[in-house]
Design a protein around this ligand. Structure first.
Ligand SMILES: *[C@@H]1O[C@H](CO)[C@@H](O)[C@H](O)[C@H]1NC(C)=O
Ligand SMILES: *[C@@H]1O[C@H](CO)[C@@H](O)[C@H](O)[C@H]1NC(C)=O
Length: 433
């Protein structure tokens, strides 16, 4: 990777610089002029084009929002005070304290138990949108494009997009849950190291949804941080949430496993879809207003990130080597109570590196650091441009079209079901509704 990647860097950064300037000019002048020419009613609305037609969602007053924070009593979620989401009420749900105002009946099933308890408790008193998250301000569950920060993510979240899609996962990338980490429910006898819950999914799905015909593939971005509208919550009868709570209480599966099975079922509960994987760059653009301009440009950004990672790994190796040598040097020079014979032997084993080796190493380190600086700068500039581009509605409309894929970009169904011949992603008749 590093060898293919590096030689093109200086050129890439020059091209990038030029295209960055061109883009700023485009966004600031052409984009703005275009918007000024649009009728006022359109500017006051969010315009979403889809295969089925053009949707306009009035901007109007902001929707009401509950932020449900699933926490243990020892966890600190005070970061929520920094959020700037208008009209938001924070509702902490505590897993392990039945004296807390909002709590689980039993500390079991991780966040899934708390989320279902919230849906049940607030069923008759829901805001327009409920956002359900973990208590951590930063974690790998949050995308690096979003700085792995819940504050950044929630402050940038487009609530109108939540209203339009009705249910969505705050995570966008396919890496865990959509491609790798998707569930094949027929694999009930196979241990699968990274997804230990896979072999339990068929039974869990059957028990929770009271279904005989179970979708073969379940796919949605990982990590159970979700946003859902009042309409979608109310589309299930209140007793259904109690049913899910009971399942979590009664299942013999261990705590972690039962919680993890729900990571693959929210999209089915609220959308009736087994597979819910919007195209990454389109989802970023519509949901967080970070618009790279298209698949190619997004892929280039990913490549820069991977390049940076490779360079960091190489630098790490150099640092490890230097560290190891330093230790050996110290050991050889140490004046301690060891007998002379042993000391002599250690001294013999230690061969100081030649001047040439040291020089080459120093140069390599310098080169890697310089390359890393260039790559980091290039990806920083690209992200900044993407944020500026995402600030303009017309750009979001253009890039966000065909959210679930089109001729150019295959849908997750196509990828996962090998050509999309199976119809197993559509909802089978649910007896619980
Ligand atoms: C449990 O919740 C109650 C009510 O909020 C609180 O007074 C108590 O300190 C909590 N206990 C623990 C262990 O956090
Ligand atoms: C699911 O797993 C079964 C059994 O291993 C396999 O035959 C089938 O092709 C898999 N389905 C998909 C869509 O990969």
């Amino acid at each position: 990777m590093i060898r293919q990647f590096l030689p093109s860097l200086p050129r890439a950064s020059r091209v990038l610089g030029a295209s960055a300037i061109a883009l700023f000019v485009f966004i600031c002048f052409v984009g703005r002029r275009h918007i000024q020419e649009l009728p006022r009613e359109v500017i006051e609305q969010h315009v979403i084009k889809q295969a089925g037609g053009v949707y306009r969602i009035p901007k109007g007053t902001a929707p009401s929002v509950n932020l449900v924070v699933a926490a243990m009593s020892k966890e600190d979620y005070s970061w929520v005070k920094e959020l700037k989401v208008p009209g938001m009420t924070v509702i902490p749900y505590i897993a392990d304290n039945t004296s807390a105002p909002h709590h689980a009946v039993k500390n079991k099933g991780h966040e899934a138990m708390l989320y279902h308890q919230y849906f049940y408790d607030f069923y008759d008193n829901l805001p327009d949108i409920s956002i359900l998250v973990h208590s951590q301000a930063r974690s790998w569950h949050v995308e690096s494009l979003l700085d792995q920060s819940m504050i950044f993510s929630l402050d940038h979240l487009d609530l109108r997009e939540v209203q339009r899609r009705q249910f969505l996962n705050l995570r966008v990338t396919w890496g865990f849950g959509c491609t790798t980490g998707s569930i094949n429910t027929t694999k009930v006898n196979e241990e699968s190291g990274v997804i230990p819950e896979q072999k339990e999914m068929q039974e869990a799905f059957r028990a929770n949804f009271n279904l005989y015909a179970i979708p073969e593939i379940l796919a949605t971005p990982c990590c159970s941080q979700i946003a859902v509208t009042k309409e979608r919550i109310l589309s299930n009868p209140k007793e259904q949430y109690q049913h899910h709570i009971n399942w979590l209480l009664e299942t013999p599966l261990n705590d972690g496993l039962s919680g993890r099975t729900w990571e693959h079922m929210w999209q089915y509960l609220f959308l009736g879809k087994a597979i819910d994987c919007p195209i990454e760059h389109k989802a970023y653009c519509r949901l967080y207003h970070i618009c790279f301009g298209g698949r190619e440009e997004y892929d280039e950004w990913i490549e820069l990130m991977q390049g940076a990672q490779t360079l960091k790994d190489e630098l790490r190796k150099v640092a490890d080597l230097q560290e190891k040598r330093k230790k050996e040097e110290e050991k050889a020079n140490v004046k301690d109570s060891k007998d002379d014979k042993e000391k002599e032997k250690e001294k013999e084993d230690f061969k100081p590196p030649s001047e040439a080796t040291l020089k080459a190493e120093k140069e390599l380190k310098k080169r890697l650091e310089e390359e890393l600086r260039i790559v980091n700068e290039a990806s920083r500039v690209r992200k900044e441009i993407a944020v500026v581009r995402g600030g303009v509605e017309i750009n979001r409309v253009a890039e966000g079209e065909g959210l679930y894929g089109d001729e150019q970009e295959p849908s997750a169904e196509k990828v996962l079901l090998k050509g999309g011949t199976s119809t197993s992603s559509t909802k089978a008749l649910s007896t619980s509704k």
